[in-house]
Design a binder for this molecule. Structure first.
Ligand code: SF4
Length: 694
């Protein structure tokens, strides 16, 4: 037991890891942070936490932090430490020079879902008002962009429909392509509590995750589908519901577009969507699929929770629409205990999307081509806004390789490690003439940077994060930024070095501007957040206290829209050379590329990425548990240790992407979602063979 004594002071703030958005009391003695205590009044966590939020904050003090700006003319040269003014002038001159030489649209930004709403808003404002183009994208591109598209098309807004409390009223919990125990642990505990009280669980996942079977949990149905066949499974569930007359006609007549519903019924009842017809394709026994569909449709309040196992596919957007269809078919929307809920991976994925980080949308999911929407910002910012959508991340990299995209401001995102097809990302970065990395550490992307601007941690800034239930939580400054500035200040200084003339003095002023220009945030102020603890958007004149449940009396889109969800096989195919399918995910103790979690004192973090392989596949290859193996795809190869386990089915292997030494994304492909370009991280044809080690 370590005696820490009574702290001198404490500050309530919000965890910067996953989309649950737990509140913590940061306790300090002097300027030293001595512990993070889960805050009992936090509405998302109610006094609970996981090991990341509670213990993995030491990276803020880590010796690897870069605290002084650095510049260099060329990426082969060593870094030169300079003062902020010099670094910002260097960056501004280079970016402006590129625009003069190659055109206004030759530069852009990539921002991170780790940043606050206010920082994110400023970054897209920098792009639109200072760069004068729409080349702004976010790392949500590589995770939940299909949620934006799919829920936008069907329900009219890109957000989870429920608050976390709602799960206590669920009778059936369907988890698709998500592993809450590892990725959203505090919410997983709430789910498990409800399951222990009698709710039934359906898991749709290629792996036998913890929610399939663990202490006190035994899922009613596990549909272990072949990676890449989500659409076929979801449509087959709709087939069962339609052909067996299990749909909620009264709800559909009242709330949905009836003509679209009839068209959808015709599509779904086609025998080619029957569970028996897709059994070979998906690997899911037809009887299990039928039973799961019946349970979801007739088992009482049915709630769907999904994750990146849905979105990171060539048909990610189609699956999101298929899930939305299922909830409308069964009337499982608009009340407690039901709904469709994307489990957001990062702390502020929701906020990053809300704040207009996508190249086609201004804040509040309003298309940049709409003149009346542009007019709001043109008046507020005093500039003309380009009506043409900008480049998405993969398009930026393609354009860089082609020689038309030359400068990038990359804030809080290590794209070399986190984006697919590492070799292509490297080629794109190497072709640029100005890469500005704004981050805590010299990450892998910084190898290609000309300017390094030191970033601040969540402990060193004020602002807000929006969690997976649309809850806007305050982030309060616990200590002074070691690098001298909060991230929103750095963006403001860069904008001003390029001639902007901004003069925000506190993030609350940025939130005021967001509220003045974005209808769903119209009632949000820092004062309200201080008073209420947090609020869920929409928060405006109609809902001054915020909105825990969406679509109660009607959809944001007016009527709910059924969408046709035709299954189309991914272009990524197995064959004699690459006979196995690789899918990826993360573990409880690590977080994404591990930049933070690997830099804490807890020895538990010093694990490694491993490859899960079924005993049958391992035996065929002469691989034993703990052996090193070579994992190869058509894009690259890496070496890691094998874990022989029945958690994965035959023909499927699984790994994580937490360690730069493994670089799992060396093997992932450049295939992506047809609607949003979200990479197909979850399906890669690979071969596994014995290896002597790295
Ligand atoms: Fe942080 Fe998520 Fe863990 Fe909560 S569940 S402490 S938000 S990582």
């Amino acid at each position: 037991v370590i005696e820490l004594g009574t702290p001198e002071r404490s500050v309530i703030t919000t965890c910067a890891y996953c989309g649950v958005g737990c509140s913590f009391k940061a306790e300090l003695n002097g300027d030293e942070l001595v512990r993070m205590v889960p805050y009992k009044h936090g509405k998302a966590n109610r006094g609970h936490s996981c090991i990341k939020g509670r213990f993995a904050y030491g990276y803020a003090q880590h010796k690897d932090r870069i605290l002084k700006p650095m510049i260099r003319d060329h990426i082969d040269e060593p870094w030169k430490e300079v003062e902020w003014d010099e670094a910002l002038a260097f960056a501004a001159n280079r970016m402006r020079g590129l625009q003069e030489k190659y055109g206004q649209k030759s530069i852009g930004v990539i921002t991170s879902s780790r940043c606050t709403n206010e920082e994110t808003y400023l970054v897209q404002k920098l792009t639109r008002a200072v760069f004068k183009n729409n080349n702004t994208d976010t790392c949500a591109r590589v995770c939940h962009s299909p949620t934006g598209y799919g829920l936008g098309k069907t329900y009219g807004t890109s957000a989870g429909t429920q608050d976390f409390d709602s799960v206590q009223y669920s009778d059936v919990i369907m988890i698709i392509g998500a592993n809450p125990t590892d990725a959203h642990p505090v919410f997983a505990s709430r789910m498990k509590k409800r399951v222990r009280a009698g709710a039934k669980v359906i898991v749709v996942d290629p792996r036998r995750i913890d929610m399939v079977r663990s202490t006190h949990i035994r899922a009613e149905h596990h549909l272990p589908l072949r990676p890449g066949t989500n659409v076929a499974v979801v449509t087959a569930m709709a087939h069962v519901i339609v052909t067996e007359g299990l749909y909620d006609e009264m709800f559909i007549r009242e709330r949905c577009d009836w003509d679209e519903f009839q068209h959808y019924v015709e599509f779904a009842r086609d025998p080619r969507h029957a569970p028996e017809a897709i059994e070979m394709l998906t690997g899911v026994p037809a009887a299990d699929l039928r039973a799961a569909a019946r349970l979801y449709a007739t088992g009482g309040n049915g709630a769907i929770y999904y994750g990146l196992g849905v979105t990171e596919h060539s048909q990610g957007s189609t699956t999101v629409m298929g899930i939305a269809n299922l909830a409308m078919l069964t009337g499982n929307i608009g009340r407690e205990g039901v709904g469709v809920n994307p489990l957001r991976g990062q702390n502020n994925v929701q906020g990053s999307c809300d704040m207009g980080s996508f190249p086609h949308e201004l804040p509040g999911y309003r298309h940049v081509k709409l003149p009346d929407v542009r007019a709001i910002y043109e008046q507020a910012w005093g500039v003309e806004i380009d009506p043409e959508p900008g480049l998405r991340i993969p398009n930026m990299l393609d354009a860089a390789v082609e020689g038309t995209f030359k400068g990038l401001y990359c804030q809080g995102e290590d794209i070399l490690q986190s984006d697919p097809d590492t070799h292509h990302v490297a080629a794109g970065l190497a072709a640029m003439e100005c890469v500005i990395v704004h981050d805590l550490f010299l990450n892998e992307t910084a190898n290609y940077a000309h300017v390094f601007l030191p970033g601040s941690t969540f402990l060193e800034k004020n602002g807000t994060f929006t969690n997976a239930e649309r809850r806007i939580n305050l982030v309060r400054k616990v200590m002074a930024p070691r690098n001298g500035y909060e991230d929103w200040e750095v963006t403001q200084m860069l904008a001003n070095a390029m001639g902007a003339g901004w003069h925000y003095t506190h993030p609350s002023q940025i939130m005021d501007e967001i509220a003045a220009t974005t209808p769903s945030f119209a009632g949000v102020t820092f004062e309200l957040l201080e008073e209420k603890g947090s609020v869920q958007w929409p928060c405006n004149e109609e809902a001054p206290e915020g909105t825990p449940l969406m679509h109660v009396d009607g959809f944001k889109a007016g009527k709910g829209h059924f969408m046709i969800t035709e299954y189309v096989a991914t272009d990524e195919r197995t064959g004699p050379r690459y006979p196995l399918l690789l899918t990826t995910g993360r573990i409880l103790s690590q977080y994404n590329v591990g930049a933070q979690t690997r830099r804490t004192h807890n020895s538990i973090w010093h694990d490694e990425d491993v490859l899960e392989i079924h005993p049958h596949d391992a035996e065929q290859r002469g691989v034993n548990d703990g052996d090193f193996v070579r994992l190869a795809s058509r894009t690259g190869e890496t070496t890691l240790r094998a874990v022989v386990t029945e958690r994965v089915a035959t023909g499927v292997v699984y790994t994580t992407f937490h360690h730069p030494t493994t670089q799992a994304n060396v093997v992932t492909t450049d295939f992506s979602d047809w609607a949003t370009n979200c990479p197909e991280f979850k399906v890669t044809a690979v071969q596994v063979s014995p290896s002597n080690g790295p």
